[in-house]
Design a protein around this ligand. Structure first.
Ligand SMILES: [Zn+2]
Length: 69
């Protein structure tokens, strides 16, 4: 078995950057929105009236070490 090299049966298909970029931008915006709602909404800033978002993400803020109150 020495000297035997196994070549993969299939080769990975390269994905062009042009096809990845819009999805990467979408995922980035989604991640920023999620970080904003978990980290700051109804804490330092408030876009939505009331306390529902704060109550929903409160434990997550403490878990992720975001300042809450
Ligand atoms: Zn809180």
């Amino acid at each position: 078995m020495n000297g035997v090299i196994h070549a993969p049966a299939t080769r990975p298909v390269p994905i062009p950057i042009r096809e990845i970029l819009p999805w990467a931008a979408f995922a980035g915006v989604l991640a920023l929105l999620l970080i904003y709602f978990i980290g700051a909404e109804q804490g330092a800033t408030a876009l939505i009236l009331g306390h529902y978002v704060h109550e929903f993400v409160h434990d997550g803020r403490h878990l992720l070490a975001f300042p809450c109150h």
